[in-house]
Ligand binder design. Sequence first.
Ligand SMILES: Nc1nc2c(ncn2[C@@H]2O[C@H](COP(=O)(O)OP(=O)(O)O)[C@@H](O)[C@H]2O)c(=O)[nH]1
Ligand SMILES: [Mg+2]
Length: 628
Amino acid sequence: MASGPKMSAPICLVENNNEQLMVNQQALRILEKISQPVIVVAIVGLYRTGKSYLMNRLAGQNCGFPLGSTVQSETKGIWMWCVPHPIKPNHTLVLLDTEGLGDVEKGDPKNDSWIFALAVLLSSTFVYNSMGTINQQALDQLHYVTELTELIRAKSSSEPDEIEDCTEFVSFFPDFVWTVRDFTLELKFNGEDITEDQYLENALKLIKGNGSRVAMFNQPRECIRNFFPKRKCFVFDRPTNNKEHLAHIESISEDQLDPKFQEQTNSFSSYIFTQAKIKTLREGIVVTGNRLGTLVVTYVDTIASGSVPCLENAVTTLAQRENSAAVQKAANHYSEQMAQRVQFPTDTLQELLEVHAACEKEAITVFMEHSFKDENQEFQKELAKIIEEKKNYFLLKNEETSEKYCQAELNRLSKTLMESISAGTFSVPGGHKLYMKARENVEQNYLQVPRKGVKAGEVFQRFLQSQTATEKSILQADKALSDKEKAIAEERAKKEAAEREEELSRQKLQEQQQQMEAQERSFKENVEQLKKKLEEEREELLKNQNTMLEHQLKVQKDLLEEGFKRKSEEMNATINQLRNMIDNTKESKIPWIFQVLESFGNGLNALFSLGSSVGKLGKGLYSLFRKK
Ligand SMILES: Nc1nc2c(ncn2[C@@H]2O[C@H](COP(=O)(O)OP(=O)(O)O)[C@@H](O)[C@H]2O)c(=O)[nH]1
Ligand SMILES: [Mg+2]
């Protein structure tokens, strides 16, 4: 089973010191051990607005992230606390608390934007926390959101006619939650009761007009509306009116808190527990604790090197690392299963090849489960190569055990015969007949021995060959036979030997044929599973593109309804681009898969040295993908 967290207290994950961001290795080691999927909740906002306290409540603890009055000496940056998910078994809830944002005394303003961007990149639910009301000041403090286009890239390279990078943000950005603390207003709009969410949406309404003041007003609002399709708001009363209690909120009991506040935090927690999603990257890649660790390192390293963190690059890094582990895992599965299921020697080659096919099929499935974005199928080809090598080893082992066993059995069964030959028992008149009888006896007994394996015939053939001279001399010395009879007997012996030789070559040929067929089967299995995977990946891509389109359409509709005709029309270009992209994805389906499969097939052909059957396999490929 996937392993969960074992953390009694939070730990710093990303340190923000001396204008430098650094990943804390100790925190990384904790993440590495978590193989469960993670739900990552990050909180960001001005210092001393009760962020850490709220996160502690999510962890179900009073103490945890250090609170305001005690943080003077604490490291700034991003703090992490991994706890078992309170309602989803086998999931880990990762709480990320940011420290020092906007705090001139402790903060490193230069890195504040990076901390903000990292919180966006790492979380699946992003909580923005502020005090009082959602007013201009609160939105001004959220200026980081307007910088995101410069701080995060979706793709590693942008081609001229591609959609704008930030249009892609929605496909991997977290859900957005605004928490308003010490909220003092009534939830009313034009005298009507409104929900918290409506309150947020009202606050995000744009104003009309030109000029820099209007632009400044609209900019953060537009960014939130554009980048975060799913938005939610929670307002909280002051936890208590007792100043003394408030200053030591971590040590007061639950019933000393304002009942309204208790209710509000409970409803917030319950929302997070039931609605916050597993962190996924694009292409439906589920993030585990371990993967989260890789992401943190990749992003922080990128920032440290002076570049902009990029989702696509991070996924590539992750894929490289995990695909080679997937190859290892699949190869081990193959070896283990072969060793477990095969009893050496097998009766026939076919028997071994069938077990091989079953184990290989499973191994490929293991690989497919653990790999993603295997560009040019490099890792799959590597696995095919390893399995081919391992198979050859098992074939050899099968031959060796068979050979050894057959030889030992034959030695045992022919012992008396050999002794009789040495003792001259057959050097009497009628000796040849006796000898032949004794030899046939050995053969009969040898035939009775079960599970001799693939070398049974060859070993006996060698024995017969070694007997040719002996038989001849016994025959010549036999005084009971006429010359003519001897000649006939000799002729018959030769004929029989030739027949046996032929029979052996037939077996060899058949085995070669079986081996070829096994390689073709293996090739087809690889292609079949790859095709399935490619189609799944294609579906995910399409889903992604549809998410982007739907969101653009929603933003456009909202703008139109709010009376921003020009702004909404300006979106048409992007929307059309997205529509084209989706059409392309759909239309290019068959040729695209075929192209990949063909190049993959050529790679495997080379590997299996199926040179002569390339044409045949090419045709097989066609029929394979036409079937569906
Ligand atoms: N007024 C008020 N104070 C709070 C609230 N939650 C926590 N505090 C107090 O505010 C101080 C700072 O809280 P903390 O959670 O450390 O804030 P952070 O800096 O945003 O993480 C602490 O002394 C808390 O006792 C709240 O909702 N309202
Ligand atoms: Mg704090």
